[in-house]
Design a protein around this ligand. Structure first.
Ligand code: PLP
Length: 421
């Protein structure tokens, strides 16, 4: 306990955080100059790879045909929701909840990492070159090749879903190590596709550790390391150029008079971190990214605030890490991300689980859009923004998941929201 008091003395916000109260942390290092380990070239490289794979994705996942095999989601204005929440400026929803293939933001990073792996293996075998039509990856000879390799990942659910689906489709042997909080329907979906699912009584960190240990014993196994992966990070970052085009199409300027605020639900930090790096690199100083975490598991807030990153866990300040927000129940932040984005994130806030259900219901009622509870964490963001009245801000709430949630489960979420109003 002494240690907690000492921490509160140094970082006073840890006081309310340790009591599960909501906080907003403004990042004092925001906007400082820093040497980043990635550049625009890395984003361009990721985007070019996703384009090379488009003919494959189009063939393998017919639901992407209309988009030419590019896995992307709409940017939708939600004016009724803006009215209901009394938000100043325009409010948009980035509908990664409805991304094709796996219905969550993990369809960006997770799929990218496995495509990159498949490309490297096929090229090493002399079966693929940069100028080929990647549509040929659906052929049996490639499935046979990939079946000699395996993929493993530890996940609370959505990452496992994304890695499992794409790996199994390419022909890899794939094992998903799932934590206790993962939903049954996610496990069922994976098993249906021939994915091996290993379940743990324990939390996410344990599932990742077990997955890593199992993979280390097998040299032909690629472990997707959610706590440390550059490929995941850059897969998320590639979203930025696409968003830039969507903003232009909808005539949304991003400049001093028109700041853009982006609210990103945060678990281990990879998805919001990669998207933030991408947006700051592509759109510059007038886009402001804010991370949203549950009051029970504010690991990135804690890691960035203290500068301890993965050397501090929410249990170190007495929190239980339990939340209804799938994907956000993470106790310790990524080793990679906190350092990279520590000057790029404007701030972080925490939100009570009950509010997530209320936002879920409100979005359903006002806009007839259904997303999962964790994906609603961004709606609390605009409340925290002090906006100069001479400016016209745009707000984007990044909806990180939902379209694969079974209907009856979604109904229960809605009921929960109705009870909590
Ligand atoms: C994974 C996930 C996030 C957060 O991504 P991290 O990389 O873990 O920070 C947010 N929302 C949903 C629905 C997710 O599945």
């Amino acid at each position: 306990m002494m240690e907690l008091e000492a921490r509160i003395k140094e970082w006073p916000l840890i006081g309310p955080m340790s009591e599960y109260r909501e906080i907003y942390w403004g990042n004092p290092r925001y906007g400082q100059k820093a040497q980043l380990p990635f550049t625009m070239d890395d984003i361009d490289d990721a985007e070019a790879r996703l384009k090379r794979f488009a003919p494959y994705i189009k063939k393998a996942f017919p639901e992407t045909r209309e988009m030419g095999g590019i896995i992307e989601s709409p940017l939708r204005e939600i004016p009724e929701m803006a009215k209901a929440l009394n938000i100043e400026g325009r409010l948009f929803l980035k509908c990664d909840s409805h991304l094709p293939v796996s219905g969550s933001v993990k369809a960006r990073g997770g799929i990218y990492e496995i495509l990159k792996l498949a490309e490297a293996i096929a090229m090493e075998q002399g079966m693929l070159s940069l100028t080929d039509d990647y549509g040929k990856l659906t052929e049996e000879s490639f499935r046979r090749l990939f079946s000699q390799y395996s993929v493993a990942v530890g996940s609370t659910g959505n990452l496992g879903l994304s890695i499992g689906i794409i790996s199994a489709k390419l022909g890899f042997k794939v094992t998903v190590h799932m934590s206790a909080d993962a939903r049954q329907w996610k496990k069922d979906r994976l098993k249906e596709r021939g994915v091996t699912v290993v379940e743990y009584e324990d939390d996410y960190q344990r599932a990742v550790a077990e997955g890593r240990a199992a993979a280390e014993k097998d040299p032909s196994c690629h472990f997707v390391d959610d706590e440390n992966s550059q490929d995941l990070f850059l897969g998320y970052a590639a979203s930025a150029k696409r968003l830039q085009v969507q903003l232009e199409r909808q005539h949304i300027s991003v400049d001093e008079q028109h700041p853009l605020f982006v609210y990103l639900p945060c678990g281990v930090g990879g998805a919001p971190g990669g998207i933030t790096f991408g947006l700051k690199t592509v759109l510059g100083p007038h886009v402001h990214c804010i991370f949203a975490e549950p009051t029970h598991a504010p690991c990135m807030t804690l890691g960035m605030m203290t500068g301890l990153h993965d050397r501090i866990s929410v249990s170190d300040i007495g929190l239980d890490g339990r939340t209804a927000a799938d994907g956000l129940a993470v106790g310790r932040p990524s080793k990679l991300v906190g350092n990279v984005v520590s000057t790029l994130v404007q701030g972080c806030y925490t939100v009570d689980d009950a509010k997530l259900y209320r936002y879920l219901k409100l979005l359903w009622d006002e806009e007839n859009i259904q997303i999962e509870p964790s994906a609603c964490a961004g709606f609390e963001g605009p409340v925290h923004m002090l906006i100069n009245e001479r400016y016209s801000p745009t707000h984007i709430v990044w909806a990180t998941g939902g379209s694969m949630v079974p209907g009856d489960e979604m109904e229960r979420y809605y009921q929960r929201g109705a009870e909590l109003v």
